[in-house]
Write a protein that binds this ligand. Structure first.
Ligand code: FE2
Ligand code: FE2
Length: 339
């Protein structure tokens, strides 16, 4: 996952209505207790008092994160039936299933804040809720699958590791497990690309083409520059966001350029250069117009992704109905036994 969209407000009315009201009396004292907990770097748990804005921010961020995991299954899912070997197919299946699992942990974490799963899913399907813009790009060749693992999951790790220390307990705990799985995703992607780079010139060209197409959207995944991220300061104060968008992006570039050298691919940025003074790589300008166009629904695959997601949900209705009927039956049986 994939957290670029996480600090983009979506004005979700339903989530707002689901917020628990702040305690009426002694709100100041409760606020002081909350602030003290944040200052002491202690976790906030679902039963604790929290400011409405904190709850609202978390519902937005965690649900957008969950949506990103679930929609993130789609670009690679397209390649499960076309994987080049049984081994690659098994790895890809496991990876895509992991992403579905990440979505489920995160929906559960968001539910502890008082929002329902149905409300979150409705917001996604109606186009009201955001998910990471990166999944609105197409997967044209097998090299795209490896590149998503290497770069997109690599960026996700950079973004998500600090969330393991998020002030909200259920979110932080979900992220610990998720990050372990993301490491496997990144490695399998790098490994798939390395295999292709040792193959034919056509395979190497395929990898380079995929890297050329994904590099810039991946850099944009970290979100708008710090000067243009209105939610970041409060997120930092609340211990939800620990490292700024620009810092994370720089860490990603610094970690990834040496990997590109090992792989033997060129990063498509003529301005990419090691800066001895800063001890970081300098890199070129990101096209923020493209980023916002994709976030606002006009990327190459936005409509396709949403339509596929809505269809999958509708097709799965019978499974949910059957599970509910089974649960009801079990409950009736245990009530009968207890009587
Ligand atoms: Fe994930
Ligand atoms: Fe992943």
């Amino acid at each position: 996952m994939y957290t670029q969209a996480l600090d983009i407000p979506d004005a979700d009315q339903r989530a707002r209505q689901a917020m628990a009201p702040a305690a009426e009396a002694g709100e100041k004292a409760l606020q002081a207790q909350f602030d003290a907990k944040i200052d002491a770097d202690r976790r906030i748990e679902p039963q604790d008092w929290m400011p409405d804005a904190y709850r609202k921010t978390l519902v937005r961020q965690i649900s957008q994160h969950a949506h990103s995991e679930v929609v993130g299954m789609l670009p690679e899912g397209n390649w499960i039936a076309r994987a080049p070997s049984l081994k690659r197919k098994a790895i890809l299946l496991a990876k895509v299933q992991d992403e579905g699992g990440h979505g489920l942990y995160l929906y559960s974490a968001a539910e502890t804040l008082g929002v329902t799963r149905d409300a979150m899913v409705d917001a996604l399907h109606s186009g009201k809720a955001k998910y990471s813009s990166i999944f609105n790009y197409p997967t044209l060749t097998w090299a795209d699958v490896g590149t998503i693992g290497w770069l997109v999951d690599g960026a996700a790790i950079m973004n998500q590791v600090p969330i393991c220390r998020c002030s909200y307990g259920p979110y932080a705990r979900a992220m610990i497990r998720i990050c372990k799985e993301e490491s496997f995703h990144q490695r399998q992607g790098f490994d798939a690309l390395m295999t292709m780079m040792k193959g034919t010139p056509a395979q190497r060209d395929m990898v380079q083409d995929a890297v050329n197409r994904w590099w810039w959207p991946v850099l944009a995944m970290f979100g708008p520059p710090d000067t243009d991220s209105p939610n970041s300061a409060l997120g930092m104060r609340w211990g939800i966001k620990r490292i700024s968008n620009d810092e994370l992006r720089q860490k990603f570039v610094d970690a990834t350029v040496p990997q590109a050298k090992i792989l033997g691919v060129t990063v498509p940025d003529p301005r990419l250069k090691w800066n001895e003074e800063r001890q970081h790589y300098d890199y070129g300008a990101i096209d923020w117009n493209e980023f916002w166009a994709v976030v606002n629904g006009n990327g190459p695959c936005n409509k396709e992704r949403l339509a596929t997601r809505v269809k999958a949900h509708a097709d799965g209705q019978w499974v949910r109905d059957a599970a509910l009927a089974h649960a009801r039956k079990q409950q009736q049986r245990s009530m009968k036994e207890a009587a």
